[in-house]
Write a protein that binds this ligand. Structure first.
Ligand SMILES: Cc1cc2nc3c(=O)[nH]c(=O)nc-3n(C[C@H](O)[C@H](O)[C@H](O)COP(=O)(O)OP(=O)(O)OC[C@H]3O[C@@H](n4cnc5c(N)ncnc54)[C@H](O)[C@@H]3O)c2cc1C
Ligand code: FES
Length: 340
């Protein structure tokens, strides 16, 4: 009797991890974890419990063709009332988490253990969980949390820059705006020992099992989740697929962690990179212009999984270029750093 980790991702981006016994249907495994997947017949006939298994192995008991067509099954849609997981799985459910869960997303009391300027506009904020009772946040590389802004009632979204297996310190890269609740905090007041609450995890932007080459486009602090993904690939040995990373910033002084990116090449990742800044300086010998200007046909020629993260105009430009090229939007995963 084996148990597997199952991550459920709801339409609103909230994700929950459960341990599922393979003898249970997924519906039953969720129920044991106080998650009530929407159901009706519980017999594989109505399709109310339908989800999409993004990753992992599973078997289905009896399902009717009306509830799950052959085509849907081939695309890994599943009836969770008839599903038994056979490995760790990630399952997306097409409705909001509040319909399946009464509890609020989990929160952890944390304290700041480091705050460090890494470029002209970016600060790294490291936090650790205070007196962890129960489980550390189980997140997928690419996901984000809400961080409270100390001494205010505000909270802001930030992507994990550390990989999921590192649970001692959680790292975030924060773009410091001229004026803003979190920007003011990290620039003017942040000190080690400050209390911060971390709530989550959230997000549909996470690393899928690498089955194709990967193209990543990171604008500014949009590099943070890419670092989490690359570290995860190294840790899990999922390095057989080449990764091409495009990094963009407003000017050379804003760039950060270029040495860390270089170091992945010595850790088994087949990584190539290109960097563009909107405005160069006297010493800048690289590309100038928006990072999306680096997109070209050869980068998508062989069928790639595409990860886009950064400011909304960058994502929109990249998505529109990819749509013009006829790229299937199932292959495109994007996180827009929208203002709160
Ligand atoms: C899912 C998600 C993940 C995110 N992850 C990260 C991350 O890893 N790193 C990171 O740096 N940010 C990230 N962001 C953005 C972050 O949540 C905040 O919006 C940002 O840090 C500004 O917060 P603030 O409190 O300093 O400014 P606020 O107090 O929220 O805003 C102050 C003013 O600045 C404007 N403003 C906000 N953002 C910008 C901007 N980018 N450019 C110009 N003006 C702006 C606002 O409209 C407002 O007028 C993420 C956003 C989302 C939705
Ligand atoms: S609840 Fe009806 S098919 Fe699963």
């Amino acid at each position: 009797m084996s148990k597997y980790n199952v991550t459920l991702v709801f339409e609103d981006g909230r994700s929950e991890n459960i341990l599922a016994d393979e003898n249970d249907t997924l519906y039953m495994a969720c129920l044991r974890n106080k998650i009530r997947i929407l159901t009706d017949c519980l017999e594989g006939a109505c399709a109310t419990c339908k989800g999409l298994c993004v990753e992992g192995e599973y078997d289905l008991d009896d399902v009717s063709e009306e509830a799950l067509s052959e085509e849907e099954a081939a695309q890994r849609e599943v009836l969770t009332c008839q599903m038994h997981v056979r490995s760790d799985c990630v399952i997306e459910l097409p409705y909001e988490s509040r319909l399946a869960m009464k509890s609020e997303p989990q929160s952890w009391a944390c304290k700041v253990v480091a705050v460090e300027s890494v470029s002209s506009t970016v600060q790294r904020l490291d936090v650790e969980i205070v007196d962890l009772e129960g489980e550390a946040p189980g997140f997928m590389p690419g996901q984000y949390v809400h961080l409270s802004v100390p001494e205010t009632d505000e909270k802001r979204s930030y992507s994990f820059a550390n990989p999921p297996h590192e649970t001692d310190i959680y790292s975030f890269f924060i773009k410091v705006l001229e004026q803003g609740a979190m920007s003011d905090y990290v620039r003017d007041r942040a000190q080690t020992g400050d209390q911060i609450t971390m709530t989550g995890p959230f997000g549909h932007f996470y690393l899928r099992n690498p089955e194709r080459p990967i193209l990543m486009v990171a604008g500014g602090t949009g590099l943070a989740p890419m670092l989490s993904m690359l570290d995860h690939m190294v840790e899990s040995g999922a390095t057989s697929r080449p990764v091409h990373l495009l990094v963009g910033a407003n000017d050379p002084e804003e760039l950060f962690h270029l040495d860390v990116i270089e170091a992945y090449k010595t850790k088994g990742v087949s990584l190539t990179t290109e960097i563009a800044v909107v405005e160069g300086n006297d010493g800048w010998q690289g590309e100038t212009g928006h990072v999306t200007a680096l997109l070209r046909d050869e980068l998508i020629a062989d069928g790639v999984d595409i990860y886009l993260c950064g400011p909304p105009p960058m994502i929109e430009a990249a998505e529109s270029w990819l749509a013009d090229k006829g790229i299937d939007d199932k292959l495109v995963h994007a996180e827009k750093f929208l203002p709160s």
